[in-house]
Design a protein around this ligand. Structure first.
Ligand code: CP
Ligand code: NVA
Length: 308
């Protein structure tokens, strides 16, 4: 296995913690693992500290670790002291002494940064309100599998300017994919992330932030959406439906895209809200391949961050 030496011991709090070459290397390793060209072993212990619900991330991290020969400890905050108010700084210094690597799903990005500051082991952002870098590694793997490379591709994301949108925007800038984000004017991405993406962008790539879903989808090769109300925003779910309705991925909208376009969704999906059943179950959908790739991409990430 070709180790990605530069990643050993590092944290992944943002997809922008990786440069173009590191992303390429991770995707190559993920593909080798997926196709069982290599079957490395790693007898290490991964902690999962998840303050929000999860199916894909929890299970794909767990299975990845088991397949590598390592162990997983589920540090459910409702039964660990950090959930009762033990300071993150204290928890981080203790977990650092037991675990080899820690994946955290939480609300505030600052909490992840505090964990990473106080723990020397690699800390992985398994989703925060700001970003979802592990998801985007799997998305890039899926896009690469479908198109062979990123060259000349345009990815259009429709919906909320949320964590997934932020990581896609940054990843597109780093990996060299044109990214168009179509969101309601009231739910645009964080301007600081847009500015960061602009600064990382290849000179000949485009970043477009618009409220026009039709223009955004036109001739794009990757059409992507996510839930309209993220975890923690459940109280706004009903009120958001009419605001986001024009951004639904449906067959009519999809006609505007490239005829070879694929449809991605990080899941869980709300059918007939952000995506129709017809589209998610249709021939352009790659959502199951995308979900499977979570495991392969995270296995590559674990191996690269750990000193195996
Ligand atoms: N896409 C994703 O992160 O799914 P889970 O919330 O099920 O982990
Ligand atoms: N934006 C969604 C992603 C779920 C995987 C959320 O944060 O709930």
């Amino acid at each position: 296995m070709e180790a990605i030496n530069d990643l050993q011991g590092r944290d992944l709090l943002s997809i922008a913690d990786l440069n173009h070459q590191e992303i390429d290397q991770l995707l190559t390793l993920a593909a080798q693992l997926k196709h069982k060209e290599i079957e490395p072993r790693c007898s290490k212990v991964l902690g999962l500290l998840f303050y929000k619900a999860s199916t894909r991330t929890r299970v794909s991290f767990s299975v990845a670790m088991y397949q590598l020969g390592g162990q997983v400890i589920d540090l459910n905050p409702s039964v660990t002291q950090v959930g009762r108010g033990e300071p993150i700084a204290d928890t981080a210094r203790v977990l650092d002494r037991y675990l080899d690597i820690l994946a955290i799903r939480t609300f505030k990005q600052e909490d992840l940064e505090t964990f990473a500051h106080y723990a020397n082991i690699p800390v992985i952002n398994a989703l925060s309100d700001l970003e979802h870098p592990c998801q985007i590694l799997a998305d890039l793997l899926t896009i690469q599998e479908c198109f062979g490379s990123f060259s000349g591709l345009t990815l259009t994301y429709l919906g909320d300017g949320n964590n997934v949108a932020h990581s896609l925007l940054l990843a597109g800038a780093i990996a060299g994919i044109n990214v168009r984000l179509a969101t309601p004017a009231t739910h645009q991405p964080d301007p600081a992330i847009v500015k960061q993406a602009q600064s990382l962008k290849h000179s000949n790539r485009e970043i477009t932030i618009t409220s026009d879903p039709l223009a955004a989808v036109k001739d794009a090769q990757v059409i992507y959406t996510d839930v309209w109300a993220s975890m923690g925003q459940e109280a706004e779910s009903e009120a958001r439906i009419p605001i986001f309705a024009p951004y639904q991925i449906n067959a009519e909208l999809l006609k505007q895209a490239d005829s070879e376009a694929i449809v991605l969704h990080c899941l869980p999906a709300h059918r007939e809200e952000e995506i129709t059943t017809e589209v998610i179950e249709g021939k352009q959908s790659r959502v199951w391949q995308q979900a499977e790739n979570r495991m392969h991409a995270q296995k590559a990430l674990i191996l690269s961050l750990l000193d195996t």
